[in-house]
Design a protein around this ligand. Structure first.
Ligand code: TRP
Ligand code: SF4
Length: 399
């Protein structure tokens, strides 16, 4: 089974190094060996910013610029904008028909965010439906893995439960066997005989090659509907029918890059270093960082483990420099300014190519638009297949 990865980010402002060392580096690794769908979740941004949507459009393009700047590659991953693929909204609507209100009301973020964002009226249908829309995002692409942070796990649990509920509501009809039989007929005598043989061999030996060969026959069959195709796929594996695939959580480890004050890096704490920050600004922010409070004066020894600057050295400095910091800090052999200075150059050097590429893309809005359009086109092709299966089993007549 090919691994399919789906994840999204809301366009609500510039990215910072916390995002880079947490989420984005993870995505960069995933795009190398999985089928990846990464999208700008502009519809999700609207669930909380519907009263002031002005920033969403610009943030959407900023986010794409930053993705490209860090090395996400439209040749390797499908990069797109959620609202450009209408199937997200359509599937969310259909899932809404069978989503119990109690599941949505129980999601911790629903109440928490309403409390935290008191200046906004979040007693809305759209905000309550946030997890249903997110489920649609994921289930449309038959995702096997969804990389998210701990704060999104409850949402993912809803996606998993909705897939199960959907399959048990619509996946076990008496006519399945008849449909499989008809599907086999439609393949033609030779392909059918081949398929049955491969299936028997696979179920006896469990060899993935046999399964892949059998699946290829089903994939290539032109004259069958998408529902029949998925019935046949499950028939090959000896499974009951699954119309929507239940995804797994791929928990993104919390970024080891804390904020400038040692707390979690977050816009709301005002302790961030932006991904595209100007070198002068980077220098200023790093040089004014708080340090181990024990180092009151230049000759007081300190302890890196108690200093917010130390994790930055761990992320950016060579082993030699790290040893120099540890020794020099504990013996008061170096001053905090020396220590930070060594870091400043490293951070600026790592940022430079990212900033350069960001400037490059930001100056080419037409090229960006083309990348987004090509991504949306690929996404729509995949999403349309899933939606057709859903419409068919939910009793809609599909044109
Ligand atoms: N809710 C996610 C967040 O705020 C963003 C998101 C939207 C998402 N749809 C998704 C993440 C689907 C993973 C899969 O971070
Ligand atoms: Fe922190 Fe470096 Fe100063 Fe030690 S020397 S307290 S690690 S800034």
């Amino acid at each position: 089974m090919t691994a399919i990865v789906v994840s999204g980010m809301r366009p609500t402002g510039r990215l910072h190094l916390g995002h880079y060392h947490g989420v984005l580096k993870n995505w960069l690794a995933l795009q190398e060996n999985r089928e990846c769908y990464f999208f700008v979740a502009d519809l999700h941004a609207l669930t909380t910013h519907y009263e002031h949507p002005e920033g969403i459009r610009n943030s959407t393009w900023d986010l794409l610029v930053e993705w490209l700047a860090v090395g996400l590659d439209p040749e390797k991953a499908v990069l797109f904008i959620q609202s450009w693929v209408p199937q997200h909204a359509e599937l969310a609507l259909l899932l809404g028909m069978m989503t119990p209100l109690s599941w949505l009301e129980r999601v911790p973020t629903f109440k928490d965010q309403q409390e935290q964002l008191r200046d906004k009226d979040l007693a809305t249908y759209g905000f309550l439906g946030y997890p249903a829309l997110m489920s649609a995002d994921i289930l449309l692409y038959d995702a096997t893995e969804v990389p998210v942070g701990a704060d999104q796990v409850a949402h993912l649990e809803i996606a998993r439960e909705l897939a199960r509920r959907f399959n048990s509501l619509y996946g076990r009809t008496a006519s399945d066997q008849a449909a499989i039989e008809a599907g086999l007929q439609a393949l033609g005598k030779k392909a059918r005989r081949n398929l049955e043989k491969l299936r028997e061999d696979y179920q006896r030996e469990g060899s993935p090659q046999l399964l892949a060969q059998a699946q290829a026959i089903v994939t290539d069959a032109a004259s069958i509907s998408e529902v029949t195709r998925s019935l046949l796929m499950n028939y090959l594996e000896g499974k009951g029918r699954s119309i929507l695939r239940e995804p797994q959580v791929l928990l993104t480890a919390a970024s080891k890059m804390p904020g400038l004050d040692g707390r979690k890096m977050s816009k709301s704490y005002g302790n961030t270093l932006g991904l595209r920050e100007e070198p002068e600004q980077v220098r200023k922010k790093l040089l004014t960082m708080p340090t181990d409070p024990a180092r009151v004066g230049r000759h007081d020894p300190g302890e890196p483990e108690r200093c917010p600057v130390w994790p930055f050295h761990q992320a950016y400095s060579s082993v030699e420099t790290q040893a120099w910091v540890q020794e020099g800090c504990r013996s008061a052999g170096i001053g905090c300014v020396d220590c930070k200075q060594a870091l400043v150059e490293k951070v600026i050097a790592e940022q430079a190519p990212i900033r350069e590429r960001a400037d490059y893309w930001a100056a080419r809005p037409d090229d960006l638009r083309q990348i987004a359009a090509a991504g949306a086109q690929k996404a729509r092709e995949k999403a349309a297949q899933t939606l057709a299966r859903v419409q068919e089993v939910m009793g809609l007549d599909v044109h």
